[in-house]
Design a protein around this ligand. Structure first.
Ligand code: SF4
Length: 343
């Protein structure tokens, strides 16, 4: 065999060479088996993998980074049993049930807009919203608008009825977050009080009503590499506007409190693999990146497929200061997406 023929044969079996043609050149996401092959690459290929994921992000999404702040309108006391969650009322966690008032919400939205963020997500720890929560959200959004703040508003309020979907659209909510959390095959190990399919149904209604779909999950909950690949492809099938990637922070009092955080290189491989499965989707660094990756890893992630971040604090865990992230983006020469731009 000639050297050229050998190289052709090698390329046909090397998943990164295949991904260069399929994902980078043609914009077609990796299949489940291909994602699995990426996750199984040796650490010596990590640099090449991240570089390719970055090229894919730049080509199909552009250099801009979407910055978002999140605020908890209702914290803790949730009746569901998601095993990773410190806000479940079923586990002896230190998180107590609390509501934020409207002035607090307006102040948080103002603080978020001041960082340059274009997205403000109102979150509540509930199975789904009741009339009281819907009315708080309605009053909160009105108060934010009345304060002259035109930041885009997203909500994350659990599972919705069709009526609630329509109400949120009428309030001007443009994006809805509802994470599938993990692969369908792993979900029953993580949550027993509702199903993956129920989550999917809410996302379907959200999309059909014209809101942007935001759905991702948490990695490091005992799932196998096969299930990680399965999850990436299930998200691709959903075709969300945004996928938040969280890495498990083991929470005291939850069934997962003893889990080991994902190791940094494995986390970076996951970021890149998800980018290659979802070439056009906004991929957001969410919770757990500080724990798994540290400061340096955050930069590597930004250069390995990520194109959106949450600044400031997460719901029950402190993140690093917003300014540190904004400085990092400036160092990397990645412009922050401006209000009204579309990626
Ligand atoms: S539904 Fe949400 S808030 Fe409630 S336990 Fe599950 S993840 Fe936590």
């Amino acid at each position: 065999m000639t050297a050229a023929a050998e190289r052709t044969q090698e390329n046909a079996t090397d998943v990164l060479a295949v991904a260069r043609d399929q994902v980078l050149d043609r914009g077609v996401g990796l299949t489940r088996d291909q994602v699995l092959a990426v996750l199984r690459l040796g650490d010596e290929r990590l640099e090449d993998l991240l570089a390719l994921a970055h090229e894919v992000r730049m080509k199909w999404c552009g250099p801009e980074v979407e910055v978002e702040g999140i605020i908890s309108l209702k914290t803790g006391g949730c009746p569901e049993d998601c095993h990773f969650c410190s806000q479940s009322g079923r586990f002896p966690t230190p998180v107590r049930s609390a509501w934020l008032d409207i002035p607090g919400l307006v102040a948080a939205a103002k603080q978020t807009a001041a960082t340059g963020a274009t997205e403000f997500c109102i979150v509540a720890a509930v199975r789904g919203p009741d009339a009281r929560l819907m009315s708080q959200v309605r009053d909160g959004i009105k108060a934010i608008r009345d304060s002259g703040n035109d930041i885009q508003i997203a909500c994350s309020l659990g599972m919705l009825t069709q009526e609630q979907v329509d109400e949120l659209v009428a309030m001007g909510v443009h994006r809805y977050n509802h994470n599938l959390e993990t692969a369908r095959s792993h979900f029953p190990q993580v949550v027993t009080t509702h199903t993956w399919e129920e989550r999917w149904d809410t996302l379907r209604m959200v999309r059909e009503a014209g809101m942007e779909v935001c759905s991702g999950g948490i990695l490091g909950m005992g799932e196998t590499d096969e299930q990680r690949a399965e999850f990436a492809v299930q998200l691709a099938e959903l075709d969300p506007h945004e996928v938040p990637m969280n890495f498990l922070i083991p929470q005291p009092g939850t069934p997962y409190e003893q889990y080991e955080p994902i190791e940094g290189r494995a986390a970076l491989k996951l970021v890149a693999a998800f980018r290659l499965a979802l070439p056009r989707t906004m991929l957001r660094f969410a919770g757990g990146r500080e724990l798994t990756l540290g400061d340096l890893g955050a930069e590597q992630g930004m250069l390995g497929g990520i194109n959106a971040i949450i600044v400031g604090n997460y719901l029950t865990n402190l993140g690093r200061p917003a300014q540190q992230d904004l400085d990092m983006l400036a160092d990397l020469k990645m412009p922050i997406k401006a209000l009204g731009d579309t990626l």
